[in-house]
Design a protein around this ligand. Structure first.
Ligand code: SF4
Ligand code: SF4
Length: 370
């Protein structure tokens, strides 16, 4: 550089030499005033993570948009049960493989406990933004909780729930028997998951890491996050729960899941009641839906228990089916009888006319009134 500066014909005093390595690059700007310089701000770590996972985020967004359409057009699907079966099974495959095993976005009761503890100790968005899939999923679930209750997550978006549904599907194809507990046993078992939740919450007040250990009651880590690559005790426990689901629909969800219990609590504050349709005859006397709901979310009085419903739409298929729903069967039979009577009258009318016209011409008006 000195050589080149020296070879310049007329160096100007104070002028800066324009060489390839001058002006120097990547030098922090000079402070405006002495003492006011601050180092350049670093980008938060979560931004880079979100950028790296843009493909996963896009596929998740498409999945959630599809589910929103399913919920909006649930009546159409309920009137087309074959389409509903394909849509539901397809969505469960997506949930298990993409949300679960690919995206590792299985929500857990530990997320809930961490959220509660962070609200109590000072909330920081950054802690939750670090996993974009979990963040988006929680945002969607929070919204649907207020509109439809816990069923949207449990029935459609939970990877372990989807796995149990697919296992049951296979078991029904193999015609394995389904076992149900008596009402008395069922009512008691349902309370178990709330007790587990309360205990976990109590432990989390002492220590979140201890609560995380007890939260192994959830088989999610074994089945979804670690894909069964764990110590045999955990794998055995998970396999037992999956095996039981083949004979009793969503046994774990109905009786043990603390996350399901945690979701049921805010689900009680739903903003609208525009969800699953019921008739005034539901439960009084009709029990068809209640007997058909293998999640056992319909009371004998006919109401749907939003705390337990998994939004599978099976009862909505019955609601629109005039071969299954008793009031609709009644109406259909009455319609058919009227039709038969109408056809008989039509068939009899010309013959009557002939007879009447032959004997009493005045009776024709009466015959016409029938
Ligand atoms: S009850 Fe638990 S395991 Fe079952 S679907 Fe809901 S969150 Fe998933
Ligand atoms: S059949 Fe049961 S679980 Fe399914 S939507 Fe109806 S009430 Fe809910």
């Amino acid at each position: 550089m000195a050589k080149r500066a020296a070879s310049s014909s007329r160096p100007v005093h104070g002028a800066l030499p324009l060489t390839p390595d001058f002006p120097p690059q990547n030098v922090a700007p000079l402070p405006a005033k002495p003492g006011t310089w601050t180092p350049p701000k670093e980008e938060p770590a979560w931004i880079a993570i979100w950028q790296n996972r843009s493909f996963d985020i896009a596929v998740l967004a498409v999945g959630l948009a599809t589910l929103s359409f399913i919920l909006i057009f649930q009546d159409w699907l309920a009137k087309h049960p074959t389409a509903l079966t394909y849509v539901r099974n397809g969505f469960h495959v997506y949930t298990l493989f993409f949300i679960g095993w690919w995206g590792l976005a299985q929500l857990s009761v530990i997320n809930v406990l961490t959220f509660v503890s962070s609200v109590m100790q000072g909330f920081h968005w950054e802690n939750f933004l670090i996993d974009p899939m979990l963040f988006i999923l929680w945002g969607f679930v929070a919204t649907t909780l207020l509109l439809w209750g816990r069923g949207v997550y449990c029935g459609w978006l939970c990877p372990f729930g989807a796995l149990q549904e697919l296992i049951l599907l296979a078991s029904r194809k193999l015609k394995l028997p389904e076992i149900e507990f008596s009402d008395a046993v069922h009512e008691r078992l349902v309370a178990l998951k709330y007790i587990i939740l309360i205990l976990l919450f109590g432990v989390s007040l002492q220590s979140i890491s201890e609560a995380a250990w007890y939260a192994e009651v959830e088989p999610f880590k074994t089945v979804i996050s670690m894909r069964f690559q764990r110590e045999w005790e955990y794998v055995l426990y998970a396999l037992i729960l999956i095996g039981v689901a083949a004979f009793n629909r969503k046994f774990y969800c109905k009786y043990l899941c603390p996350l399901g219990a945690a979701l049921a609590i805010p689900g009680r504050f739903r903003l609208f009641e525009w969800w699953l349709r019921r008739r005034k005859e539901c439960g009084k006397p009709c029990q068809v839906c209640a007997n058909h709901c293998s999640v056992r979310a319909i009371r004998t009085t006919g109401e749907i228990n939003a705390n337990e419903c998994h939004y599978c739409l099976d009862c909505q298929v019955i609601y629109y089916n005039d071969k299954l729903c008793l009031p609709l069967i009644d109406r259909r039979k009455r319609r058919e009888q009227q039709l038969v009577r109408g056809q008989e009258n039509k068939a009899n009318t010309p013959a009557k006319n002939v007879v009447v016209s032959e004997s009493h011409p005045d009776d024709m008006g009466t015959a016409g009134q029938h």
